[in-house]
Design a protein around this ligand. Structure first.
Ligand SMILES: Cc1cc2nc3c(=O)[nH]c(=O)nc-3n(C[C@H](O)[C@H](O)[C@H](O)COP(=O)(O)OP(=O)(O)OC[C@H]3O[C@@H](n4cnc5c(N)ncnc54)[C@H](O)[C@@H]3O)c2cc1C
Length: 237
């Protein structure tokens, strides 16, 4: 089935780090959408050259489903990539077209298992939507976020997740930096490095993984050594 076409205005652009940007889109037609936390939209990329075809790139919705008329998307700059170059070229007031929402990377709220969210870089986008949604619902299921970033300079949304963890006792947050600079007293190493010590059993876990295919394969292999549990994945590349 064809996805619905969405028209939106860029309402705000935030540079979160040197190579990560967040767009806030105000939907114009339709003026609201319904989506499940974790779903994504296809952003239409105008043809780079005359005579070439327009492109589409998937971007996960980073904001909560409760914000139906204003959504945020998050992207990192990929060298030579037309999609991220377009994303980074957008300014407040620009008009964009998207198709969707779509995707199966959504919360299973039927089981009573604890949530373990593992994200690499901008793989936080769908997971942020899920965590905010669960907090808004006052979910009582314990949830832990393990997010791998490079260094303090490459970190963002830290205040948000620390504030959510302070407000919601069932939510715990463990950022880990692979290349921390001086003064970092948190976890060190990639998520695959810290996971074996962080998780002792998966018996009561429901896991959500988002990032590169290598990260997903490596994390799955580590989790399998701890037993079997449902694992949901979203592969960005
Ligand atoms: C379901 C889904 C949801 C996605 N959601 C997001 C999102 O929320 N935020 C986001 O930044 N990206 C997301 N992506 C990736 C995004 O769709 C594009 O692939 C990405 O922006 C690069 O597009 P490009 O045209 O600039 O580069 P391309 O020409 O498509 O790719 C160039 C090269 O970069 C690699 N690459 C692709 N994405 C990345 C990346 N993020 N980091 C490093 N290397 C990469 C590709 O494997 C390829 O080798 C998602 C992908 C999928 C399938």
């Amino acid at each position: 089935m064809a996805l619905a076409r969405i028209h939106a205005d860029v309402a705000a652009v935030r540079s979160l780090t040197e190579d990560v940007r967040e767009l806030t889109l105000a939907l114009t037609e339709p003026s609201t959408i319904d989506f499940c936390a974790g779903q994504y939209l296809h952003l239409l990329i105008p043809a780079p050259q005359p005579g070439q075809r327009p492109l589409k790139r998937a971007y996960s919705i980073c904001s909560s489903p409760s914000e139906r008329g204003r959504i945020t998307l998050l992207a990192n700059l990929v060298k030579g990539g037309p999609g991220s170059a377009y994303f980074f070229s957008l300014k407040a007031g620009d008009q964009v077209k998207l198709d969707g929402p779509t995707g199966q990377f959504v919360l299973d709220q039927k089981t009573a298992r604890d949530y373990l969210f593992i994200a690499m870089g901008t793989g936080i986008a769908p997971i942020k939507s899920m965590i905010i949604h669960l907090c808004e619902q006052n979910s009582r299921r314990p949830m832990q976020l393990c997010w791998g970033l490079r260094s303090q300079r490459d970190s963002y949304y830290q205040e948000l997740f620390h504030a959510l963890a302070a407000e919601h006792p069932e939510f715990s947050y463990a950022p880990t930096l692979s290349q921390p600079t001086d003064g970092w007293d948190g976890l060190r190493g990639r998520v695959t490095h810290i996971l074996p010590d962080l998780i002792h059993t998966v018996a009561n876990l429901e896991v959500y993984l988002c990032g590169s295919q290598h990260m997903i394969a490596d994390v799955k292999a580590i989790l399998r050594t701890k037993g079997l549990c449902p694992i949901h994945t979203e592969k960005f590349y």
